[in-house]
Design a protein around this ligand. Structure first.
Ligand code: OAD
Length: 309
């Protein structure tokens, strides 16, 4: 027998709430791009070669072995450029166009797929930067939208079989290798990596936010300004474990402004939903692939998406 308590899973009930919502926010994570073939950070997709993806996303990892960290990001740039936006990205693009002042998307994704799906830039807040921005590790230099692949000849991804880059065949194997001190971790001499053309001293690095670093201040200011303007009716929490702060904190910021929460995730309540795990009876949970669910639940506003899968 179905539980009488929420969260609600009925699409038509969601459609009614959607149609009456005046201001909507979305918080996206790696699960939005999973259907495009890009790995997530946690769970089954969270290993790269023998390394836990999150352990490479720190300034300390870069200082210790910039070649290894660059190879990880070169691989991610390459995969992101090969991938195509999916129907979930396009659905959010359409919703943005229908609600130019009243819908913003905060994304933790750095893969550029929302941008390539035509998401209006002023409605897309990149909380964690972009794989395609290049910064200096030491000075303030930043270059936006560098799509060179490879970024540097030493970082070329020749094939999926490149032994420096190939992801482990499965998570168990990767975990075993991760713990094996004898596993070869050949990388690149830091002197040979690209250095900053301005200060000459610093190494260039990907323009993403690493653990322990601040999020871009101007982006946070723009988000706060939008949130403060009025009440919020709905927050869509899409493909994220909502465990990384301050991004995860936007769920409660939205609910404190009156928002109902709608979680769209492959996992249900028995999985890790982080800041979105305390769903109330009138919140929503749509369990499954965001690329399938978003076009369906947003249909009353965006209509049928044509020509995308
Ligand atoms: P995670 O890897 O933590 O979570 C991905 C989420 O997507 C999980 O909840 C999955 O259940 C879900 N998921 C997987 N496939 C899906 C699909 N097809 N449709 C819907 N949901 C799906 O990724 P994030 O929450 O984005 O930060 O991680 C947050 C941050 O941690 C990242 O931005 C990155 C990372 O370390 C930094 O690098 C600073």
């Amino acid at each position: 027998m179905a539980s009488i308590h929420g969260p609600i899973t009925d699409v038509s009930e969601f459609h009614e709430v959607l149609k009456s919502s005046k201001r909507i926010m979305a918080l996206c994570g790696a699960g939005l791009s999973a259907a495009s073939g890009l790995g997530t950070f946690r769970g089954a997709g969270g290993m790269w070669r023998n390394h836990q993806a999150t352990s490479l996303a720190t300034p300390e990892a870069f200082e210790q072995d910039p070649g290894l960290v660059w190879l990880f990001y070169s691989y991610r740039r390459h995969k992101a450029l090969q991938a195509k936006p999916n129907a979930g990205h396009y659905a959010l693009t359409e919703l943005s166009k229908e609600m130019p002042d009243d819908f913003i998307t905060l994304t933790q994704n750095v893969d550029g797929l929302s941008q390539r799906a035509g998401h209006p830039r002023e409605q897309l807040k990149l909380l964690h930067g972009s794989l395609f921005d290049i910064k200096c590790f030491d000075c303030d230099r930043i270059e936006l939208n560098n799509y060179d692949d490879p970024f540097h000849p030493l970082l070329a991804i020749d094939s999926e079989e490149d032994s420096r880059l190939a992801p482990a065949e499965n998570t168990e194997q990767a975990r075993a290798a991760y713990e094996d001190p004898n596993v070869d971790t050949t990388t690149i001499n830091p002197d040979d990596l690209p250095h900053c053309p301005d200060c000459k001293a610093g190494l260039l690095r990907p323009g993403v936010v690493w653990f322990g670093e601040d999020l871009p201040e101007d982006t946070l200011d723009e988000v706060s300004e939008w949130i403060e303007k009025d009440k919020i009716d709905l927050i869509l929490v899409i493909g994220t474990t909502a465990t990384v702060w301050p991004a995860a904190g936007y769920v409660s910021e939205a609910t404190s402004k009156g928002a109902k929460v709608a979680v769209i995730n492959m996992d249900g309540l028995d999985g890790e939903l982080g800041a979105a795990s305390n769903l109330r009876d009138d919140d929503f949970l749509f369990q499954g692939d965001a690329s399938k669910i978003l076009p369906e639940i947003l249909k009353p506003i965006i209509g049928e998406l044509e020509g995308v899968h």
